[in-house]
Design a protein around this ligand. Structure first.
Ligand SMILES: CC/C=C\C=C\CC(=O)SCCNC(=O)CCNC(=O)[C@H](O)C(C)(C)COP(=O)(O)OP(=O)(O)OC[C@H]1O[C@@H](n2cnc3c(N)ncnc32)[C@H](O)[C@@H]1OP(=O)(O)O
Length: 719
């Protein structure tokens, strides 16, 4: 709703009230329409201020209403009537003015913002465009290039940047509503002819066609198949080339296409999934709302390899005091230099001061004596980690949380080696840890809810999508990835090339296909794990048993490539070739093609033609099938957890909503049928056998994603 009062006798003050972000629900829109009418018809009122309750202007249209029947007054005429008013209307912007919230403010005649306010048109991140006039007013106000940047990226700007761009008229450090009322008093009675943005001509850069061509090309490239960014460019082009009314028509047309698209549904699902994962629940019943996190002001990171450095930088950026421990002197010096430049580069990019003073460096684990939480990031070796945890237990103050950044070792085994296993959780960061926005918080059967709550809160403080998951080999992300990688190798055996597989996955929307990605991460990492698991065997054995391990199909291709010293980008050779070690541009490698031919010949394999559809179905459906197994096992509490992990950590295209949501869009029956088909064709690949939860869901009529937890519960109660 919206509240109305009169202040200073002559200013009508309209306050949006819809906690927590004052989203423009039907009731709020109706409230605005009514209160604007009241203010305009009151002869005593000379000007109007619109603000939001609780220091928050407006988070935009109510996303929960999308996809439901529309009630209440529509946004566009509501904003038009404000702009057409014959009394000045001032927006008092505190907190955020986003999407429809900023569009409402652009319909006002003046905008005053608090210095801490954030403004933006993030519709593109929800698969939409600013369709309440935002795509037509913003370019008229700030020019085409700046508007294109804001609308196609959806980025939020600070009040200072908004002032510089000309989006707001004034910025205040004081009470924004008071400042807006004062301003409203000062402009009462002034002509509004020059204040209605829809009447402005859109400034047209001389090289308009070239500009749009260049932007469109860039947007298409980075959109990876998402349609909203392209529609945003088309809408801004309409603003630049058409009169306002026709531009609004074009905006409406483009929005109609987006609004009903599967992509918008997927992206809105991810918006809510990202928030839902914060409401975690452990199988014991402990949950976010009953578990209080401990305060963490000082943390230690043990081991300053690539991961440890990134983690320490992420902690310092979040404002924590960090003790960075590395026992090797040379490594410590290198780390110090690298971390300082990471902090400096970050501060330069984001503005602000690098948090160099928050990090202290030491060669001794004793330095962790007074910290609240430790994250160990030493080499992936259980014996070494156990030793580090032993030393930490002796050194740290009682109650210090001990977290491990292992990506594959058993968190529970590590916990069992400490006297207080309840204080141990996994904090699985993704490389580079100061850049990647995902954290898997891994709890074992003995981890206390408080330890989980603390790690989850710390992840959020570092700006990471943090997902609580159970302990199993590979946790959620890597457990699923294993099957995706496995299928990719099998496809090479059967006739595909790395280029073909990667092209199919990149056209689907991944930033990099599986082989380019592996070259980037380093092929030796997986090889070491396979050797430790007794899978990778040296030498080029031939015959049927060379491709079988523990009774099942196994592809040694990756091991053989590593045996050639081809570890990916870092060695200049991997699945592709690179100009020199460390170069990033992957080029087709004739060596690889003849290696694959020889490999097939040695194993009596006949190459067949493989199309993109088969690549996608085998790689993605096997990964999805494992996702269902993870749900069945209770390692992830719901499909949202898996989808957030994949979108934020594994480059799954956001406009496809994550693997589990994607499965629901494809149709569970189809996924099941294709898995059955491939399992029949490859009976020696047990992972292609559809799991029982998937079968059960199909038998229950393929309910939508939000109902899967119920089906799982029923399945469990019957087991
Ligand atoms: C013809 C025209 C038709 C349509 C036009 C559409 C234009 C639009 O306006 S689309 C919406 C654009 N707005 C956004 O994208 C903003 C989304 N929200 C945010 O970015 C953030 O929530 C925030 C406003 C910056 C606040 O962040 P924070 O303080 O971290 O809180 P959160 O945890 O994110 O959110 C709290 C709570 O509010 C819910 N919520 C947030 N925004 C909306 C919204 N626009 N509609 C509905 N609900 C919203 C969010 O889901 C959280 O709910 P929980 O139940 O607590 O999870």
């Amino acid at each position: 709703m919206a509240q109305y009062t009169r202040v200073s006798g002559v200013v009508g003050l309209i306050t949006l009230q819809n906690p927590p972000v004052n989203a423009l629900s039907a009731v709020v829109r109706q409230g605005i329409v009514d209160k604007v009418e009241t203010a305009l018809s009151d002869p005593k009122v000379k000007s109007v201020v619109i603000c939001g309750q609780n220091g928050n202007f407006c988070g935009g249209a109510d996303i929960k209403e999308f996809g439901t029947k529309m009630f209440g007054p529509p946004l566009i005429p509501m904003i038009h009537s404000i702009e057409a008013a014959n009394k000045p209307v001032v927006a008092a912007i505190e907190g955020s003015a986003l999407g429809g919230g900023l569009e409402l403010a652009l319909g006002c005649h003046y905008r005053i913002a608090h210095s801490k306010a954030r403004l933006g048109l993030p519709e593109v991140t929800l698969g939409l465009l600013p369709a309440a006039g935002g795509s037509q007013r913003l370019p008229r106000l700030i020019g085409v290039p700046a508007a294109l940047n804001l609308i196609t990226t959806g980025r939020h700007v600070t009040a200072a940047e908004a002032l510089q761009l000309g989006i707001v008229d004034q910025v205040t450090d004081h009470n924004t509503v008071d400042a807006a009322v004062k301003f409203a008093l000062s402009v009462a009675g002034r002509s509004l002819d020059a204040r209605r943005i829809s009447t402005y001509p859109c400034p047209r850069p001389s090289d308009l066609d070239a500009l749009f061509e260049e932007v469109m090309q860039k947007v298409r490239q980075s959109a990876r198949g998402a349609i909203a960014p392209v529609a945003c460019v088309q809408a801004v082009r309409a603003a630049a080339t058409l009169p306002y009314t026709q531009g609004m028509e074009r905006e409406k047309e483009l929005m109609a296409t987006l609004f009903t698209s599967g992509q918008a549904r997927a992206m809105q699902y991810i918006f809510f999934a990202q928030r839902a994962v914060g409401r975690w629940r452990m199988p014991s019943g402990a949950s976010w709302d009953t578990s209080k996190p401990r305060p963490v002001t000082k943390a230690a990171v043990i081991g300053l390899g690539t991961m440890g450095r990134g983690i320490a930088v992420a902690l310092a950026r979040a404002g924590l005091s960090v003790v960075a421990v590395e026992t090797q002197e040379k490594q410590l010096l290198e780390a110090k230099q690298a971390m300082s430049s990471m902090l400096e580069r970050g501060a330069k990019r984001r503005g602000g001061v690098p948090a160099l003073g928050l990090i202290s460096y030491s060669q001794s684990i004793q330095a962790a004596a007074d910290v609240d939480l430790v994250i160990e990031a030493v080499f992936e070796d259980m014996a070494l980690k156990i030793e580090v945890f032993k030393q930490l237990t002796a050194v740290c103050k009682p109650g210090t949380l001990l977290c491990t950044n292992t990506s594959g070792l058993d968190v529970d085994q590590l916990a069992s080696e400490t006297p207080n296993p309840e204080l141990v959780v996994g904090m699985h960061f993704f490389a580079p840890a100061h850049v990647m926005n995902l954290l898997e918080v891994v709890y074992g059967p003995r981890s206390s809810p408080q330890a989980v709550a603390t790690a989850m809160q710390l992840g959020k403080k570092m700006g990471k999508a943090s997902v609580a998951v159970g302990n199993c080999s590979g946790f959620v992300g890597n457990r699923m990835l294993k099957l995706y990688l496995e299928q990719a190798s099998f496809l090479l055996e059967e006739g595909a090339t790395p280029e073909l597989v990667d092209r199919a996955l990149e056209e689907f929307g991944f930033p990099m296909g599986v082989f380019r990605m592996s070259d980037l991460s380093g092929l030796d990492v997986g090889w070491r794990v396979r050797k430790a698991a007794g899978l990778a065997e040296p030498g080029e054995a031939s015959g049927p048993s060379a491709r079988i391990r523990k009774g099942y199909r196994y592809s040694p291709i990756g091991d053989l490539v590593c045996e050639q010293g081809r570890f990916g980008q870092k060695t200049g050779r991997g699945w592709y070739q690179y100009e020199k070690p460390g170069s990033r541009v992957a080029r087709s490698d004739p060596w690889m093609h003849s290696f694959l031919e020889q490999y097939r010949a040695r194993h009596g394999l006949v190459a067949r033609s493989i199309d993109h559809q088969e690549v996608l179905e085998r790689c993605l459906y096997s990964l999805i099938n494992e996702g269902f197994r993870i749900l069945e096992d209770g390692i992830a509490a719901g499909p949202e957890d898996i989808d957030v992990i994949y979108v934020f950590g594994y480059g799954w295209p956001r406009h496809r909503g994550g693997p589990m949501f994607y499965a629901s869009m494809v149709g569970l029956a189809k996924v099941l049928e294709r898995l059955e088909h491939y399992h029949q064709a490859h009976p020696d690949v047990p992972n292609l056998q559809p799991c029982s939860l998937l079968r059960r869901l199909v038998a229950s009529g393929s309910p939508p994603v939000h109902m899967w937890r119920e089906v799982r519960k029923k399945l469990h109660s019957q087991l």
